[in-house]
Design a protein around this ligand. Structure first.
Ligand SMILES: [Zn+2]
Length: 107
C-alpha cells in the first residue's frame, strides 16, 4: 500500500477536482454529472437566451415524443382510458394532439 506523507507546513485547502481551475461553479458541477452527447440540429429552436425554461423543456419533450400522453401512460397502467380528453373521439397520442385533434386545432 502506498504511503502518503502530508506536508505539515502547508495549510489545508479545498479543491473542486472536476473544475480545471479547482474552483467550484454550478457549470463545473453540472459538467461533471452529465454525459456529453452530440448536439442535435434543432437545439436552437428549444434553447435560446430568452427562452422560458418550462416551455423549452416541454417543447424538448414533445420533439422527443416523451410527453405523458395517454398512449404512453397506458404502457405503465393498462387500466388508463386513452381517449383524447380534448375531443373525446380518438386515442391521445403525440400525432393526434399536435396534428389531428380538431379541438387543439381550434385553440
Ligand atoms: Zn383530440
Amino acid at each position: 500500500m502506498p504511503s502518503y506523507n502530508p506536508n505539515s507546513t502547508l495549510d489545508d485547502r479545498i479543491l473542486w477536482l472536476p473544475s480545471s481551475n479547482g474552483i467550484y461553479s454550478a457549470a463545473s458541477a453540472m459538467k461533471s454529472l452529465r454525459t456529453p452527447h452530440p448536439l442535435v440540429s434543432w437545439y436552437k429552436i428549444v434553447w435560446f437566451p430568452q427562452n422560458i425554461l418550462r416551455m423549452g423543456f416541454i417543447l424538448w419533450l414533445a420533439i422527443k415524443g416523451r410527453l405523458s400522453t395517454l398512449d404512453r401512460v397506458q404502457r405503465y397502467d393498462p387500466q388508463v382510458v386513452t381517449t383524447c380528453v380534448l375531443c373525446n373521439s380518438q386515442a391521445e397520442t403525440h400525432a393526434h394532439l399536435f396534428f389531428e385533434c380538431f379541438y387543439s386545432k381550434v385553440i
